[in-house]
Design a protein around this ligand. Structure first.
Ligand SMILES: CSCC[C@H](N)C(=O)N1CCC[C@H]1C(=O)N[C@@H](C)C(=O)O
Length: 349
């Protein structure tokens, strides 16, 4: 769990005395309360309180590592008000709505409410042993589900059939799906976020499967592109180029590497194959309590890899009316390099 002391240091550096935490994953990271979307945490320099409502009285008492106050707004805000007089109170700019910001300013007239960014997220980028165990368990469940369902991906079945079988396998293994599973076949492969549809998979197509499991709130994320029959020479060429870019980027992972340089490495390789313009998203992202979290592996990122980070490496190419390929591994940054956590086999075209 993210340390309150580390957070208080980050708060001081950001110039705030207190922090009102409303991002569900941050609420969970700080308190252990698993229904983060129905909770808030107030951290001051001397204390911390979890606010949630009466539906969660028993659950919060069992889960939370910080004292709880059971109420709904505006009683929640009224309870916090006396503690915050004369203080600079940070709110999470990436999460709080303008309406709630108005409510907080009205409820805390003696405080100065200021938007801050990424204070708790910054403490979440490096995973501890407990978090790593959950991430490994989630990935192992996803790998097993993929191994079970891979042989059933063939002409005549729908994308939805594949997604449902994957989800069932993960649920049976005790995990939830980390996100709506992507199964994109044939021309649908040109949509990076094409969720499974009723399209029937055809002969000689590529099928992109992007899936993950969720264990104890921690997500895994992996993509495999599967060949059905004998895909065309053009599709094979795309596949080999993406595999080359993916393997090269994974091999370059180590502490101290700039995330933007990894994105550049993969992008340049694809450009060398004439496919750079079809790589429509960033190379990857951190994974944890959120499916997308820091570090960001995009060209404009200032992030530098550190050991303990868990990231995806997922180059892809998406050619309208033709199809697409994405290959993604979940990778732990270790003290001297990397460990690939995703084990599912890759097709070799
Ligand atoms: C709906 S969660 C999608 C998980 C997936 N593995 C993923 O992260 N994707 C799929 C294609 C691109 C990539 C993504 O969404 N990247 C984000 C961070 C971006 O803005 O590039």
């Amino acid at each position: 769990m993210t340390s309150l002391e580390q957070l208080r240091s980050a708060m001081r550096r950001a110039g705030v005395d207190a922090l009102w935490i409303s991002d569900p994953a941050n609420v969970r990271a700080l308190s252990g309360f698993t229904s983060g979307k129905d909770g808030k945490v107030l951290v001051t320099q001397s204390g911390a309180t979890l606010y949630t409502d009466a539906r969660y009285t028993v659950q919060a008492a069992g889960e939370s590592s910080v004292p709880q106050f059971i109420a709904r707004p505006p009683d929640t805000y009224a309870h916090a008000a006396p503690t915050l007089g004369g203080q600079r109170v940070g709110i999470e700019a990436d999460h709080l709505t303008v309406a709630v910001l108005d409510d907080l300013r009205a409820a805390w007239p003696d405080a100065t409410v200021v938007p801050v960014r990424g204070l708790v997220q910054g403490l979440r980028v490096r995973k501890d042993a407990r978090e790593l165990a959950a991430l490994r368990a989630a990935q192992a469940i996803a790998d097993a589900a993929f191994a079970q369902v891979h042989p059933t991906i063939r002409a005549g079945v729908t994308e939805l059939d594949v997604a449902l079988e994957l989800e069932l396998a993960m649920r049976r293994a005790g995990a939830q799906s980390a996100f709506e599973i992507i199964v994109a076949s044939g021309p649908n492969g040109a949509k990076p976020h094409g969720v499974a549809s009723s399209r029937v998979i055809g002969e000689d197509e590529l099928v992109t499967v992007d899936m993950g499991a969720q264990v104890d709130g921690y997500h895994s994320d992996m993509t495999r592109t599967v060949a059905v029959g004998n895909p065309s020479a053009e599709l094979r060429r795309m596949y080999r180029a993406v595999l080359e870019a993916e393997e090269a980027a994974v091999a370059a992972v180590r502490p101290g590497v700039r995330a933007a340089d990894l994105d550049r490495l993969a992008r340049d390789l694809l450009t060398g194959h004439g496919l750079g313009e079809y790589f429509a998203h960033s190379l990857g992202h951190g994974v944890g309590l959120d499916i997308h979290e820091g570090p960001s592996l995009r060209g404009t990122s200032e992030d530098v890899l550190e050991s303990g980070m868990v990231i995806t490496i997922e180059p892809g190419v998406y050619v309208p009316d033709v199809g697409g390929v994405r290959i993604e591994d979940l990778v732990l940054v270790t003290d001297h390099g990397y460990e690939v956590l995703s084990r599912a086999e890759k097709d070799h075209l």
